[in-house]
Design a protein around this ligand. Sequence first.
Ligand code: GLN
Length: 490
Amino acid sequence: MNKLTTYTIKEIHKAYRDKLLTPTSFVDLCLQNAKQNRDLNAFVTLTEDVAENHGIESEKRFYIDKETKPLDGITVGMKDNFCTKNIRTTCASNMLLNFVPTYDATVYSRLRDAGACLIGKCNLDEFAMGAGTVDSIFGPTRNPWGYKACWRIAGGSSGGSAVAVSSGACVAAIGSDTGGSTRNPAALCGIVGLKPTYGLVSRYGLIPLVNSMDVPGIMTRKVDDAVNILNCVAGPDELDSTTIKKEFSPINLDNNFDMSKIKIGIPKEYHYPGMSEDIVDTWRLVTNLLENEQATVQTVSMPNTSVSIAVYSILNQCEVASNMARYDGIEYGLRTKEDYSTEELYASSRSEGFNQVVRSRIFAGNYFLLTRNYEKYFIKALKLRRMITDDFKKVFKEVDLLVTPTTLSDAPLLDEFVSKHNRDQCAFQDYCTQPANMAGIPAVSIPIRLSKNRMPLSIQLMGPNLSEELLLNVAKRLETLVDFPSLEVV
Ligand code: GLN
C-alpha cells in the first residue's frame, strides 16, 4: 500500500497545494490499491471511469478555477445499499442484481457536492442483514489484517466499506448502521466508525432495513477525517422527513481538549459472558488512560441491557417483513420465469431473489405481526425499547459519555464464522452496539491496539443525542494517546 494512501484529508489537501500529488494521480493510486487487493473482495463495483472523471473535475477546481471544495480529490466508497444514479446498486442480493437507480442518495449527492471522488460500491451482507459480510451473493469480504492462509472476517454488514478504507482504496467510506453495521466492521478492521444520532444524516436513497433505526455511518482512518465527512453530509433534508429539522453547525475539534471535566460511565451490564480476555483488557486499558487524563470514571448500571438483543431481533424482523414486501417481482428487481399465476410469480421471485437470512427474517416478522401475536411480541418489544432508551436517558444525567467494547472479540476466522452461521452470530456480535440504535444516540468505535492474533481491538464511546462534538473530541484524544498502527497490505 502506497504511504500516500494513508494520509488524512488535511494532509492530502496540503500535498495537492504543494503539488506533491494531484487529485488525478491520487485517484489512480487508490484504484491501484483496490485492484491489487481484489482478493479482499471489498467492492461489488469498482467505478473506475467515474472516479477518474471526478478526479479531473477536482483537479480543475484545484489548479485552474482555484475554487476548492472541502472534499475535492478525496476518494470515497459507498456501501452498495445507497442509491447512485446510473450506477448499479445491488444490496448484494440476487433481487437487485440489475437494479440501476435513477437518483442519488442524499449522502452521496452531498459528498459529490463537496467534491468527493467515487471509487466504487462496497460489498455487504445481503440487504445489510449480518455481522460478517459473509452473506453476499458476491462472496465474502476478507479482513486485510488477516493472512491468506487463514482469512478472518471483515465484520459486517458494512465490511466492504471498512476494508476499502483500511486497505487504502479510499480515504472514507459510507456504511449503514442499524444494529452496529458501521461500528462492528470498523472495529474489526482497525478504523474509525461513526454512527451519528438518528436523523442527523439523511436516509433518503438508503435502501431501508429498519427505518426506525437505520442511519448512514462514516468510516475513516482517523477521527479528524470522520469529522470532515460528517460536516459535509449532516443536516436537514426535505427528502427525508425523519431528519432533525435544526440546522447542523459544523464540528470543530479542539486539539487541547480538556478531559478533566468529563465524566465517563462504564455500564456493568456490558460485561457479556462470552467476551474475550483481549477485549476486556482493552476496555480496562482505556479506562486507565481516561483516568490518567483526569477524567472521572465510574461504574453505572443499565438494567434493561440484557433484553436488548431479543427486543432488537423482534423489531428488526417486523420492520424487515414490512420493508421487503415491496419486492414482489413486478415493480422492483428480479422477476422469475415461473409466472403461470400471480401467486407463483410473487413466491418464486421472492424465493429466488432473497437468501435464507432475509427469508427467515420475513417469516419471523410476519409471525410477530399476526393479529394474535401483535400485542405479545411487537407491542411488548416497543415498550421494552422505550425502557432501554430510558436507561440511557437516566445514565446521561450522571455521566457525559459511556465507554464499552465495540465487539466481543477480535475478528473471527472466516471459515469458523461461516460454519457457525452468520444468522446465529449476528445477534451476539451486536451485543454492545445495537442498544445505541434502539435509543437513536450517537456512538463511535475507535481502534486501540492489536490482539494476540495481531488483529485490531476497538472501543466504543456512546453519548446523548447530538453529542457528536464531545464524543469525537474524546475519541480524538484517545486516538492520540494510543497511536494505533497503520496497516501495510502489500
Ligand atoms: N447484525 C445486525 C443485523 O443483522 C446489524 C445490521 C446492520 O446494522 N445493518 O441486523
